[in-house]
Design a binder for this molecule. Structure first.
Ligand SMILES: Cc1ncc(C[n+]2csc(CCOP(=O)(O)OP(=O)(O)O)c2C)c(N)n1
Ligand SMILES: [Mg+2]
Length: 551
């Protein structure tokens, strides 16, 4: 049956299982918007297209499914860029659909033209380095092939964002809906490991004090239970990257907590002082996790690395054993092999001794300054041990103070580490996880980049808790100027809006947190599950954690 391309695109969204599309209309995408009337796909109108891309990213991150955003030609498309770049860095399957001027006026200076012709800006060029696949669809005869390629890029072995840019006149042409049958939907479980796991099992057998370093790849692979079983059965402690917090429940004996410059240093010290084998599972060992690529982490140790992305193997540190494949399958294989030949559990001697050591990162007074954040995170962990979604742009406090249980969901700002992410990402996530209490935690600088998206939550009745840390400064910048620039402060301090009045004008509840008692009232009485709250935590601008900085 012949249908308009605009309708075909909406049907394609349905085939991908997409139920929500985040965006803002403009004349160049109105044919597609019009087709949403007759579809199950619900549209969410954002305040800025960057928010739409972040929302789609949040949805994909929580659902492990593809998600979508839509924007008009020209400025709509350029506003998407930061959010799509973040999805690229996070390997999130976000489909961006944008409009374009009609093909027959390309190069003639059409309003908001971004075709790249006749001096117009070029959407394709702008998105080329931040998408796995991008296409300006100028004709209909190759549509089936284009949608198939888009699908492989979204859902394939190394997923990532896709841009489909569709000129206005092409949206209105008709095409046989049979082209949808040309799309092949890959199954993620098709990825199997290709290298025998015997060598990894052998390294573990020979080690006295092995440590598992779990990264986000473990979550992507659904390997939590497998990693926990390997750890528990053989007494192998686990440390995680920030993004993998909670792969093994934190606060339990075999968890060393988080690895990274902003953490409390426990895991780092154990690795340096005691470990003789690192089993790195789906962790990229980036700047922060690897303590600026500190060679001490590896001195005198063996290194085994498992990742589904071959490009990660040996990218930072040279492994003794490298396995490219599905992390869960590899861990399960190794576990079975070690069990089959009756490997005894490793000694806990070092581990138990290690846990008695005091944290070295914060002096007493600094810990005091951050007591409120410490209490906030312990309240959060106690009140919502299971299903809360926590999107965190601050990351510094959570790394030290938030014990993430294995069932919890913690989503630190990673990817390109863009401020302005937490609120829209949390909104997107909540559109999928409709029963999960949802938190967006961010500084007052970052808050002012994306706070208008709170009105998106208000418009659609999406329950949300926004936690803004009010310190009247950009403390990371202040910290660097303190440590590296002789306290010559410039452009870090600022005046905040009145958050109570702001909340009032948004029509949401405001909670001002200055003391432990305020926190108790918040956790005991506030509706943190079904309402929209703006929670303001007051902190001293002069206190900041003294973690290492590269620059
Ligand atoms: C889009 C973007 N611009 C600039 C930065 C650089 N940057 C990193 S942290 C930071 C300060 C954040 O201040 P605030 O949100 O108040 O958090 P605080 O450090 O005070 O907790 C800045 C400007 C960034 N990460 N992202
Ligand atoms: Mg701040």
């Amino acid at each position: 049956m012949n249908i308009p391309v605009s309708e075909l695109i909406v049907r394609y969204l349905e085939r991908l299982g997409i139920d929500t599309i985040f965006g803002m209309p403009g004349a160049h995408v109105l044919p597609i918007y019009d087709c949403l009337h007759d579809s199950q796909v619900k549209s969410v109108l954002v305040k800025h297209e960057q928010g739409a891309a972040f929302m789609a990213g949040g949805y994909a991150r929580v659902s492990h499914r593809p998600s979508a955003c839509i924007a008009t030609a020209g400025p709509g498309a350029t506003n998407l860029i930061t959010g799509i770049a973040n999805a690229y860095a996070e390997r999130l399957p976000v489909l961006a659909i944008t409009g374009e001027t009609s093909t027959y006026i390309f190069g003639r200076g059409g309003l908001q033209e971004s075709s790249g012709e006749g001096g117009a800006i070029d959407q394709g060029a702008l998105f080329a380095s931040i998408t796995r696949y991008h296409k300006l669809i100028e004709r209909t005869d190759y549509l089936g092939q284009v949608l198939n390629q888009a699908t492989q890029a979204l859902l394939g072995r190394e997923p990532g964002p896709v841009l489909l840019s569709i000129p206005y006149n092409v949206q209105k042409e008709t095409v046989d809906d049979g082209v949808l049958e040309q799309i092949h939907f890959p199954s993620p479980s098709a990825i199997r490991h290709t290298t025998p796991t015997d060598e990894l099992a052998e390294l573990i057998r020979a080690a006295h004090t092995p440590v598992i370093v779990a990264g986000h790849g473990c979550i992507q692979a659904g390997a939590r239970d497998a990693v926990a079983a390997l750890s528990a059965s053989f007494n192998i402690p686990v440390t995680t990257s920030l993004k993998a917090k909670g792969v093994v429940a934190e606060g339990t004996p075999l968890s060393l907590g988080c690895l990274g410059v902003t953490s409390n240093g426990d895991a780092y010290r154990y690795l340096v002082d005691h470990a003789d084998l690192l089993i790195v599972l789906g962790a990229g060992f980036n700047e922060r996790t690897s303590y600026l690529w500190d060679a001490k982490l590896l001195t005198g140790k063996k290194l085994a690395q498992v990742d589904r992305d071959a490009a990660q193997l040996g990218r930072v540190f040279q492994p003794d054993v490298a396995i490219c494949g599905d992390i869960r399958a590899v861990v399960e294989d190794v576990f079975a092999a070690l069990q089959a030949d009756g490997m005894p559990p490793k000694s806990r001697e070092r581990l138990d001794g290690h846990q008695a050591t005091a944290p070295q990162n914060d002096s007493e007074s600094l810990t005091g300054a951050f007591r409120l954040m410490q209490d906030f995170y312990s309240g959060l962990a106690q009140r919502f041990p299971h299903n809360a979604l926590v999107f965190d742009d601050n990351i510094v406090f959570a790394q030290s103070y938030f014990d993430v249980s294995d069932r919890n969901h913690y989503f630190p700002n990673s990817g390109i580490s863009s401020l302005g992410h937490a609120i829209p990402a949390a909104i997107g996530a909540r559109c999928f996880a409709k029963d999960s209490p949802t938190f967006a935690i961010l500084g007052d600088g970052g808050f002012q980049m994306c706070c208008m998206e709170m009105m998106t939550a208000v418009n659609y009745g999406i329950p949300l808790n926004v936690v803004v840390i009010n310190n009247g400064t950009m403390s990371l910048i202040r910290k660097n100027q303190f440590q590296l620039y002789g306290e010559r402060y410039i452009d870090c301090d600022f005046v905040n809006p009145d958050f109570a009045l702001l909340a009032q004008s948004f029509g949401v509840k405001h909670h001002r947190i200055e003391t432990r008692d305020d926190l108790d009232v918040l956790f005991d009485r506030a509706d943190l599950t079904g309402a929209i709250n703006l929670i303001e935590i007051l902190l001293d601008k002069h206190a900041f954690p003294r973690y290492l900085s590269a620059r």
